[in-house]
Design a protein around this ligand. Structure first.
Ligand code: B1N
Length: 840
């Protein structure tokens, strides 16, 4: 409960000897041994690597709790305005290493482990990662939690505690096979279950009108099903401060009503089934990345976590206030894409039905609470739900949405009296054979701010999917270019680079990434370049070892590491990369090679299980790899590998090892990209199109330090409008034709010319992502990159400048912009030292 205790229990003093939370190697060692005994219930001789990990995790967690509690106390006392980040995904990655960094005890922990004869790295490797997200969107949410805590912003991340996160990718005969993710099976030491922090969530049934005691018309929702959401809390440390924020994930359990039903009706087994059904809601993450699959369970997940989160916010608010007036002053709630946008209707329902507010006031509070981030323009990704399904699961919410819509459309008619088409375009309801709720419209109408995730993307949001809304409310629209946390993606992933930067810039750079600029004057310094090359070389050796372990393939760390890791998607064009690889292979075989730079091509990424073309691209990567890697005539110059199961852990090993980063989406399709930033910060050069954040990365690092190619957004539009005929590119470009013909010949498919037909046919007939149109420019840019790599000093200079000039892409900068331009929230630093040595 939130009631503040008057008297304070005595706490350990701050001196290391007297506290169980000391940070010295001695204290850590003692605590670790204690945890092994008292938490893991193991003694030394029989402890498994997993026991070591758990004991280490509990040791670290103990050191987070005082900060966490002090933070909660500070925010509560100050009645602080709080950011609530609502996201269906958090791709956190392993916690232990990151928490050691943010506590500032990496060296201490390593020393303590060494004294006990343990290798810290081995312990770190034990941790299964919480993969509660698909890709960039989920990872962005995790980076933002890190930055919010680091910037001392009062914030709560709300989401879903999926029992199974993103599937494990296995490769069998070159094909992706999905395996169940089991991150929770051995226990999760970072979460704290809160069995008493539960909220009811209802589904189905019907609504009925009634008149309340003041004679006012009201609606009551009589649901069919209720279940509970239970909180699991994970502390999120700031770096270089004492703030520790909260990530609260909801787990679904059956409500009391199940037991009662069974008791009354005597249908025990029926009740058991219903219970299982309820718990299914948080069973598994939907593995789709962008293309929408309108599944009932997914809508249930969305409403489930949004309802729990808003009820939690209301509870907190009512600890300080008599009613929901002022709710929007206490909270800014960010909608991470439309997945949580049902929140708009849910907050209206809470205000209207549960707190007796009138419509106008409820709407005012709702619209001033939410802000919406758009993450994609792909038409197939825009969420819409059939009205029928919506009404069946959430009848009251559908009514509320209809009412919001009726009032909104009246406003529009007033403003555009002779433009019924515009009114229909902007409606929250899409008319058609099946009527559907447009979630992006609901989010836009119900929010005070809308933002895109890179400059070019935000412009496209305004000129395409939300054009009419931008014309109506231009001041609502913002851009906030994405960012990534330098703690995880430099400090943790690339300790050598971290050492180099710290030597030059001092340790402050990790809180102020603009300090990376101190590298810039050293870009041409020979001794510095040598150190830089050694750093890169060591990272490439580590990746080579990892690749050998995972795939058996041997790669040469001296070759150019040309890497494309991201979800597999036609718009991301992994197959354009493949066309170039086959062209290089073909040239060597023909003896017409003009690019003798030895290269290792690395791919990684998951395909949505139902996305056939993406899975076929994975198969094609393996098939091309097989032919090239075993051909002695080419395999000294070219190697192709696919790193299975690309996830945060693998990513941390991959970004530092890259020489060349592939960011080759069709212009206008990649909203931002964030891998592009991680590569660049680690000194990779980019080969890329003018898409997403590439545009800003190129401007930041200097055009001469970036391999640009391809059609611009305007040229893509024009090409398609003029009637794009990929066949003509095939006909008129000899090498392109030869490459595609090789794919069609069966050379890469053990003689089966049909295997890759779906891909080649799609390219020749439609090519919706304009691979053939961009092919000549891509190959030409690749040649420039290959040539440049043969001048080590020139390349190293460019590499250093990339790392030096990408401080802008720190998630700290992005979060500062959200705070200032959208949330209107101020930092609230927490001080452990200022406390009187006790906790409440
Ligand atoms: O969000 C990232 C961007 O950097 C990427 O460019 C963008 O593709 C990605 C439905 C999505 N957009 N939409 C999704 C994910 C899951 C899902 O079920 C859509 N992911 C993105 C961060 O801004």
């Amino acid at each position: 409960s939130g009631t503040a205790r008057k008297e304070r229990a005595p706490m350990h003093g701050s001196s290391d000897e007297r506290t169980r939370t000391g940070m010295s190697p001695e204290s850590l060692k003692r605590a670790f041994v204690d945890s092994m005994f008292y938490v893991q219930a193991r003694y030394w001789e029989v402890a498994t690597p997993h026991d070591l990990y758990m004991a280490a995790a509990y040791t670290v967690r103990d050191r987070m709790l005082e900060r966490w509690i002090r933070t909660a106390e500070t925010y509560r006392k100050a009645d602080a305005r709080t950011v609530c980040y609502l996201s269906a995904e958090y791709l956190l990655g392993p916690q232990l290493g990151n928490n050691l960094i943010n506590l500032g005890i990496v060296d201490s922990a390593r020393q303590g482990a060494r004294d006990l004869g343990i290798d810290l790295q081995e312990i770190l490797d034990q941790e299964p990662e919480p993969g509660l997200g698909n890709g960039g969107l989920g990872r962005l949410a995790a980076c933002y939690l890190d930055s919010l805590a680091t910037l001392s912003i009062p914030a709560i991340g709300y989401g879903i505690r999926y029992e199974h996160g993103i599937f494990d990718q296995k490769i069998v005969d070159g094909w992706q096979v999905e395996d169940c993710d089991l991150w929770l099976t051995n226990g999760n030491p970072w979460e704290i279950p809160r069995p008493l922090l539960r909220y009811p969530v209802r589904f189905g049934g019907h609504t009925e009108p009634y008149t309340d005691e003041h004679g006012r018309f009201r609606v009551r929702w009589v649901p069919e099903l209720d279940l509970y959401g239970m909180a699991y809390d994970t502390p999120v440390l700031g770096f270089g401060n004492d703030n520790t924020n909260l990530l609260r994930l909801w787990h679904a359990t059956a409500g009391r009503s199940f037991d009662l039903q069974a008791f009354h009706k005597g249908d025990y087994y029926g009740a058991v089934n219903a219970k299982v059904g309820a718990e299914n809601i948080t069973k598994v993450l939907y593995p789709n990345d962008e293309p929408e699959v309108g599944k009932e369970l997914r809508l249930k997940q969305q409403y489930f976590f949004v309802s729990c989160s808003l009820q939690d916010m209301v509870r907190v608010h009512l600890q300080h206030a008599p009613n929901l007036e002022g709710f929007h002053e206490r909270f800014a709630a960010q909608l991470n894409d439309t997945h949580p946008s049902i929140a708009v209707a849910e907050l209206m329902r809470l205000c209207l039905d549960e707190h007796g507010m009138d419509w106008e006031r409820a709407w005012e509070i709702t619209r001033r609470t939410f802000a919406y981030t758009n993450h994609t323009l792909l038409p197939e990704a825009l969420e819409t739900w059939p009205v029928e399904l919506f009404g069946r699961l959430l009848p009251r919410h559908l009514e509320i949405i209809y009412e919001i819509n009726a009032r909104f459309l009246d406003e529009l008619r007033m403003r555009y009296p002779f433009d019924p088409e515009r009114v229909a375009r902007m409606s929250l309801i899409e008319e058609g054979p099946v009527r559907r709720v447009r979630m992006a419209h609901l989010a836009t109408v119900g929010s005070f701010a809308v933002n895109g995730v890179a400059a070019i993307h935000s412009e496209l949001v305004k000129s395409t999917v939300l054009r009419d809304f931008h014309e109506l409310w231009p001041e609502k629209f913002h851009n906030i270019t994405n960012g990534v946390t330098p703690r995880r993606f430099i400090q943790l992933s690339n300790p050598d680079l971290c050492g180099i930067i710290t030597d030059l810039a001092g340790p402050g750079w990790a809180r102020d990434a603009e300090n990376l600029r101190t590298l810039e004057p050293h870009a041409d310094d020979a001794a510095f370049q040598q150190r830089w090359q050694a750093m890169k070389r060591a990272a490439k050796e580590r990746l080579a070892a990892r690749i050998r372990e995972a795939t058996g393939a041997v790669v040469d760390p001296q070759s150019l590491f040309d890497i494309q890791v991201k979800r597999i998607h036609e718009y991301k064009r992994q197959h354009l990369n493949l066309l170039h690889i086959v062209a290089l292979y073909h040239r060597i075989k023909q003896g017409t090679d003009s690019d003798p730079t030895p290269r290792t091509f690395v791919f990684g990424g998951k395909a949505a299980p139902g996305y056939f073309m993406a899975k076929l691209i994975i198969k094609l990567i393996h098939s091309v790899a097989e032919v090239i890697n075993r051909d002695p005539e080419v395999n000294q110059r070219l190697r192709v590998v696919f790193v299975p199961n690309f996830n945060v852990k693998n990513a941390e090993c991959i970004y530092p090892a890259a020489d060349l980063s592939e960011q080759i989406s069709t212009a206008g399709k990649e909203a931002s990209g964030t891998g592009n930033m991680k590569f660049s910060m680690n000194g990779a050069l980019t080969i890329g199109t003018l898409d997403g954040a590439n545009v800003e990365i190129r401007d930041a690092v200097g055009h001469e330090n970036f391999f640009l190619f391809g059609l611009t957004v305007a040229e893509v539009e024009r090409t398609l409008a003029e009637g794009y005929r990929p066949w003509e590119y095939y006909r008129s470009h000899d090498e392109l034709r030869e490459v595609i013909d090789l794919l069609r010949s069966g050379l890469f498919s053990h003689g089966d010319p049909d295997l890759f037909r779906p891909l080649t046919d799609s390219l020749l007939q439609h090519d919706p992502y304009l691979l053939l149109a961009d092919y000549p420019a891509y190959v030409e840019a690749q040649a420039r990159a290959g040539d440049a790599f043969r001048d080590p000093a020139g390349w190293t200079r460019m590499s250093i400048l990339n790392a030096a000039r990408t401080g802008f892409f720190s998630s700290d900068r992005a979060i500062r912009e959200y705070c200032r331009n959208i949330w209107q929230v101020e930092p609230m630093p927490v001080s452990l030292a200022a406390g009187n040595g006790s906790v409440p």
